[in-house]
Design a protein around this ligand. Sequence first.
Ligand code: ZN
Length: 85
Amino acid sequence: MYYSFRNKYLEDLPEEDTVVWRCTKEGCKGWMRDNFAFESKPVCCLCSSPMVSEKKLLPQLFNSNDDLKAVKKGIQIKPAKVTPA
Ligand SMILES: [Zn+2]
């Protein structure tokens, strides 16, 4: 029963056309989502080969966009509390 529940959960996940970057090196499985909004073409994190963008039907991910936007803007996370000396 647990298995079928999990299966249903996966089926319920909405899929969307997602832009991904895929490694051009033959046999390399390196790829990543385009969420990181590179200023220039990225290179594979596994083998440093050039990557090409393509569309892939992927299940929607958890909402990590806000964090990624912060990274894009170069915002540094500061400690919430600063104790004066
Ligand atoms: Zn690669």
